[in-house]
Design a protein around this ligand. Structure first.
Ligand code: ZN
Length: 339
């Protein structure tokens, strides 16, 4: 009961990439970079295991950014001529690559880190990828002329990689869809259909992560405009409850999401965010267990998987490590209290 996991990313060591940045530059290149990514992946696994995390990830050490780490492996994208685009309904501007032709995978995307992680941990292993709707919201389209058609094209590529990851021994494949919280109507419609395309025939457990973003200023400013109660999930959860996705990851700690909305995910495993990634204050085990106790009012306890609110990539390393420990201890306390 209360198996723990993380949303996906951990901070990269400063010898691998610039610290505390969402779009860090690598410190090395070529074979040295590949070796450093592998070393950092092993450290990320060790750090999670020591903290008592049950479903571990590679910490996303091998990708520069959670969306572009996938796009780099796709043919039909022009990275040399990035353009400025407002993303997440213009919440912030980003320099994004352009889709200029038919999309095709160049080869495997996450094979190296997934196989390395699989060989070095006996824990359940999760690999994350960006969801189709979030991808189309983070690239400029100069080819498809239609968001849904382009999303389905990306979903087919995600499906190819997801099937291969499952064959590599990955237990959980998660798609990150922060865009679901921005385009709620489209999410409940074609967003979930695109996810179904991405998970078709995938033998691993499947998950979708829907959050209010990393703890960066553009997001914390946006949250201030959302009012006293954040009800975005209310529009997407009923459709997700009907979907073929196995698990839903969401944010609860220090969030204005009414916990009663969790009731709308009936039947799903719920990855309850019990760790705030937008604050450097370390949660106490009691606080973590407290959020789990709140979630239990709306979700059967065997369906609760304590998790972080979002990825920890831009955080300070020692803070992220302490938060992992709090997550592990808080879940252990909850097992004792509610077991
Ligand atoms: Zn997130």
């Amino acid at each position: 009961m209360f198996e723990t996991t993380i949303a996906g990313s951990l901070p990269k060591p400063s010898w691998l990439a610039e610290p505390n940045k969402l779009w860090p530059q690598w410190r090395l290149a070529g074979d040295e970079l590949a070796a450093a990514k592998a070393d950092a992946t092993l450290l990320a696994l060790k750090c999670q295991e020591d903290a008592g995390i049950d479903i571990v990830t590679d910490g996303e050490m091998s990708r520069q950014h959670f969306v572009h780490g996938f796009l780099e492996f796709v043919d039909g994208i022009d990275f040399a001529h990035k353009v400025e685009m407002g993303i997440r309904a213009d919440r912030y501007k980003a320099m994004v690559p352009q889709v200029v032709g038919e999309l095709k995978l160049k080869g495997r995307v996450h094979a190296a880190e997934a196989r390395l992680a699989r060989a070095h941990t006996t824990k359940k292993l999760k690999v994350t990828m960006p969801g189709p709707m979030t991808i189309v919201d983070t690239v400029a389209d100069r080819h498809y002329g239609d968001r849904v058609r382009m999303a389905m094209a990306f979903a087919a590529l995600l499906n190819e990689e997801a099937r291969a990851l499952a064959a590599d021994g990955v237990d959980v494949i998660q798609f990150d869809e922060p865009a679901f919280n921005v385009y709620m109507d489209e999410a409940a419609g074609w967003g979930i259909e695109a996810l179904h395309r991405a998970i078709a025939g995938v033998s691993a457990t499947t998950a979708v992560h829907i959050c209010y973003g990393y703890g960066i200023k553009a997001n914390t400013d946006w949250k201030k405009t959302l009012g006293a109660e954040w009800r975005q999930y209310e529009q997407v959860f009923p459709a997700l409850a009907q979907s073929r996705i196995g698990q839903v990851s969401l944010e609860c700690r220090n969030s204005k999401v009414p916990m009663s909305l969790l009731r709308l995910l009936d039947g799903k495993d719920v990855l309850v965010g019990v760790i705030d990634v937008a604050s450097d204050e370390i949660e106490t085990p009691e606080q973590v267990a407290g959020v789990i106790g709140e979630a239990m009012k709306y979700v059967a306890k065997e369906k609760i998987v304590p998790c972080t609110n979002c990825g920890m990539a831009p955080m300070r390393r020692e803070i992220a490590s302490a938060k992992l420990v709090a997550l592990g201890k808080g879940a252990a306390l909850a097992r004792k209290k509610y077991g």
